[in-house]
Design a protein around this ligand. Structure first.
Ligand code: ZN
Ligand code: ZN
Length: 351
């Protein structure tokens, strides 16, 4: 079969004669129809990652047809061989306290599909290891495979919006307009937000974002020297907004969110900071005097994946615009280049 291997930092090679994955008696094999590229893949490709020892097969947002299923595999109810499915990438033990209580995103033992020891799905066929069979989700018949690959990041965006608890009439500010920020804007609107604003430090990324979801938001601007705070305050009589999502891995955005927040507002720090530099200087008097709530959001639960699949199906027209590029497997290098250039939002590989 054909598969793409990351052979080193910034180097990818598509090989034709790769042995297809063997069927684990308790696992399955997927004939891959589409596989998204997520920010984590891009970071790995540009910087390397000890959990992707070259030559390594990346790809952890796969949609495909269940080609074969091992005799001992336990599949979610309603799913069987031949079905078109999405594979959720957060692999969980299913037995720790957090899994049992429904917070699979917080599993004590969670691993990520597409990283050592589980090769990913930039390939014609991909193994579904036994630990991953419970992550298979059936696709609605009308939902295209390329759009369904976004279920992973979308479910995470949904987790952020649920933490943010957007209410009817709220003013909502989205800081960072990558795919996550765009989808959160759509969901905030659907939840009844009174005003939805977006800002980004990159005018190019903001332009791509407003091309995709601009018809659903009220206003957007480039975050300048004050990180976009002044523009927001001028639109809200100096009050700020009730809900702020920081969907950018940036300390400046985290501080700006405190200044954008109205009294009693909620703020969700959706994006993490680089692991080597996680400490952020924040004005805690904003928190104190305005009685703010600052919340985190990480990954997504099985419930959020289920809701995501239905939502993607129902809101295809607006959500599909965030998938800006599709590449065949042998042009995967171009896909990574497009991410680097910042001229697209979501990329999907079609093996
Ligand atoms: Zn990912
Ligand atoms: Zn667990």
């Amino acid at each position: 079969m054909r598969a793409a291997f990351m052979t080193g930092v910034d180097a990818v090679e598509v090989r034709e004669d790769v042995a297809p994955p063997e069927l684990d008696p308790a696992g399955a094999v997927l004939r891959v129809e589409a596989c998204g590229i997520c920010g984590t893949d891009a970071r790995t490709f540009f910087n390397g990652d000890p959990k992707a020892p070259p030559p390594w097969q990346l790809g952890h947002e796969p949609v495909g047809v269940l080609e074969s299923v091992g005799p001992d595999a336990v599949l979610p109810s309603g799913i069987s061989v031949g079905d078109r499915v999405f594979l959720g990438s957060i692999l969980t033990c299913g037995t720790c306290r957090w899994c049992v209580e429904g917070f699979q995103n917080l599993c004590e033992h969670h691993l990520l599909y597409g990283y050592d020891p589980y090769p990913g799905a930039y390939a014609e066929f991909a193994a579904v290891p036994p630990i991953a069979t419970k992550n298979l989700i059936g696709l609605p018949p009308e939902l295209p495979s390329d759009l369904a690959t976004v279920a992973d990041p979308f479910a995470c965006a949904l987790n952020g919006i649920e933490q943010l608890d957007v209410r009817l009439g709220d003013g909502v500010m989205i800081v960072g307009t990558g795919p996550i920020g765009c989808w959160q804007a759509v969901m905030a609107r659907d939840r009844g937000a009174g005003r939805v604003y977006m800002t980004d430090v990159s005018s190019e990324r903001l332009k791509v974002a407003t091309d995709a979801v601009g018809h659903l938001i009220d206003d957007a601007w480039v975050a300048g020297d004050d990180n976009g705070v002044g523009e927001l305050l001028s639109r809200t009589d100096g009050d700020g907004v009730e809900r702020v999502s920081v969907a950018a891995p940036a300390k400046a955005g985290q501080q700006a969110a405190l200044e954008m927040a109205a009294k009693r507002a909620k703020i969700v720090y959706f994006a993490g900071l680089p692991k080597h530099d996680p400490v952020s200087p924040l004005d805690m008097n904003e928190l104190h005097y305005k009685e703010l709530s600052i919340l985190g959001a990480y990954g997504a639960t099985h419930r959020q994946y289920r809701i995501t699949m239905d939502y993607l199906d129902r809101r295809q027209d607006d959500l599909a615009r965030v998938v800006t590029h599709r590449f065949p497997l042998d042009r995967i290098a171009e896909a990574f280049e497009t991410i680097r250039s910042g001229t697209g939002l979501k990329m999907v590989i079609l093996p």
